[in-house]
Design a protein around this ligand. Structure first.
Ligand code: ADP
Length: 274
């Protein structure tokens, strides 16, 4: 009799604990949803005034009528660069919150073989020239003429990796390479002859807000969000990122993406329509 009562008591306690746990996870789900919505709205609200700051400071810094002194023109330029950094931070936070909330919508685009390299040349040739660092693009032979992937996301990933490569390279070169692996993946690598990343930090830097160290942070700026966003996007695209780096010699980030066939794309698109 006594044992039966104890067992009954325990069952009741367990049931109560289960209910509490369910309530708790419901609350957690709600607050996470609230956080994502809050971040999405905030980002939007911040972007509107920031756009005016960006456009007007750009106009001022051009100083077309020579109404500003050299110093004032310099101040306008600083406002514009700081504003640009802030916009990047807002965009990154918005991307991360979308990823966390599972709200990233991917598209499957037909990407022409030369399209992405051309775009990267347009964006990074001026930076390479300014930094005095060579920029080379290599394409392996026998690459398919078109790829199917989310073109915008792929551009975003490569822009992040290339910006880092130029940021952390004082002299030498940055190379963007396109190749395929034996098991039918596309391998896009960004190689630099920059400062390199210590072995014990190579995993960590793919996490949000992680940078090699505070000192580097002060010299180079940045938020530590770029690589974690790259990593999440690459995973969403069905791929992975590999890092090889030697301190003082340079780094190589390789993005592996599945090479989808036209048949697979048709299947994906049919599934999306249903
Ligand atoms: P951010 O560049 O804004 O700091 P990231 O997430 O893109 O953020 O990079 C995180 C950190 O990884 C950087 O702060 C830097 O310490 C290190 N890192 C990334 N790319 C490179 C690179 N190509 N060479 C050396 N260090 C790098």
């Amino acid at each position: 009799e006594e044992q039966y009562l104890v067992a009954e008591q325990k069952t009741k306690e367990l049931e109560k604990a289960k209910e509490e746990l369910e309530d708790y996870s419901e609350q957690l789900e709600k607050s996470s949803q609230y956080k994502s919505n809050f971040l999405a709205n905030m980002s939007h609200e911040l972007r509107t005034p920031l756009n005016s700051i960006l456009i007007l400071s750009q106009l001022l810094s051009e100083n077309e009528n020579h109404t500003l002194s050299e110093d004032e023109e310099g101040y306008a330029k600083v406002i514009h660069t700081s504003g640009t950094d802030l916009l990047k931070l807002i965009d990154d936070i918005l991307d991360l919150s979308k990823i966390e909330a599972g709200k990233v919508i991917l598209t499957v685009d037909e990407v022409n073989l030369t399209e992405i390299p051309e775009l990267m040349k347009l964006t990074f040739n001026p930076i390479a020239e300014k930094r005095g660092v060579a920029f080379a693009i290599d394409m392996a032979e026998n690459l398919p003429a078109v790829w199917y992937t989310d073109g915008q996301r792929l551009q975003q990933i490569l822009k992040n990796l290339l910006s880092n490569a130029f940021k952390f390279t004082e002299k030498g070169s940055v190379r963007l390479g396109f190749d395929h692996t034996d098991d039918g993946m596309l391998a896009i690598s960004v190689t630099d002859t920059g400062i390199g990343i210590p072995k014990d930090k190579q995993k960590l830097i793919f996490e949000a807000f992680q940078q090699v160290d505070g000192k580097t942070n002060r010299i180079y700026g940045g938020t530590g969000l770029g690589l974690s966003i790259c990593n999440e996007f690459v995973k969403l695209l069905g791929g992975s990122i590999k890092l090889d780096s030697t301190l003082g010699e340079g780094s190589c980030f390789t993005v592996y993406l599945p090479l989808l066939s036209q048949e697979m794309v048709d299947i994906i698109q049919m599934a999306q329509m249903e």
